[in-house]
Design a protein around this ligand. Structure first.
Ligand SMILES: CC(C)(COP(=O)(O)OP(=O)(O)OC[C@H]1O[C@@H](n2cnc3c(N)ncnc32)[C@H](O)[C@@H]1OP(=O)(O)O)[C@@H](O)C(=O)NCCC(=O)NCCS
Length: 206
């Protein structure tokens, strides 16, 4: 019996955390030199961790330890976590990660956080758009999703603005820092969605 191979569209090419840039932001690899400003701008701030699973860092050493782990993981070409640098003052003001969740189906999960000192300026939207483009056009991933709880509508708004579609609710998939489970809204975009939208924009621009 002859087994025919399914014609797979395009193979994922992991390129690791590469520098990306927009008018206001540089997305780049973290370095250990980011420790103090990362601690000051977000890891120590209760407002940022309120909707997340971690407690605000009490000591800068906790942030240093995290960065030690992240910076050593950059050796892997499937490890994606960017430091968001605000060009105006060159400070690190947030992070965005793309975690390979389902390698078999070329699927990644996105997570992000922005210093509350910079909220409402469109920063999360700007960085997510850059990462979507990179993951689909450079790395050829098939599907990208992100999740948020009911207490975090701003995050859902960011996902909507970046073209992710609401797919449903995963019941009790989240667990807060007190150990309570909560429902997660799942939003996703596929590479086909992304390319279709790009083609539409190009046709409109003609
Ligand atoms: C969620 C988060 C990343 C948003 O960052 P940001 O840079 O302020 O996001 P943006 O400015 O790009 O967009 C936020 C949008 O949410 C809207 N928004 C803010 N608060 C809102 C609320 N309570 N309800 C509905 N929408 C809200 C803003 O008006 C904005 O939409 P607009 O541009 O149409 O006005 C930021 O609040 C954060 O880091 N929170 C803590 C960490 C976190 O929750 N990460 C996500 C885990 S799922």
């Amino acid at each position: 019996m002859v087994f025919l191979k399914h014609p797979w569209p395009e193979k994922v090419i992991n390129k690791g955390t590469q520098t990306l840039e927009s008018d206001r932001l540089i997305l780049r690899r973290f370095t250990m030199d980011d420790t103090e400003l990362m601690f000051k701008n977000w890891t120590s701030r209760p407002e940022v961790s309120k909707t997340l699973s971690w407690w605000p860092a009490e000591d800068v050493e906790e942030t240093r330890e995290l960065l030690r782990d992240w910076t050593s993981s950059y050796a892997r070409d499937d490890f994606y976590i960017w430091c968001c640098e605000w060009k105006e003052n060159h400070e690190p003001i947030g992070s965005i990660s793309a975690t390979v969740k389902n390698a078999k189906f070329d699927e990644i999960e996105i997570g992000y956080a922005v210093s509350d000192l910079y909220w409402g300026k469109g920063i999360a939207t700007e960085m997510l758009k850059m990462v979507i483009r990179f993951m689909f056009t450079e790395c050829k991933y098939n599907r990208l999703y992100a999740m948020h709880g009911d207490d975090n509508p701003a995050s859902g708004k960011v996902m909507d603005k970046c073209g992710l579609k609401f797919e449903g609710v995963h019941r009790k998939q989240g667990k807060d820092k007190y150990g309570n489970y909560y429902d997660m809204s799942v939003h996703a975009i596929t590479r086909d969605d992304f390319l279709e939208e790009e083609a539409k924009k190009a046709a409109e621009a003609k």
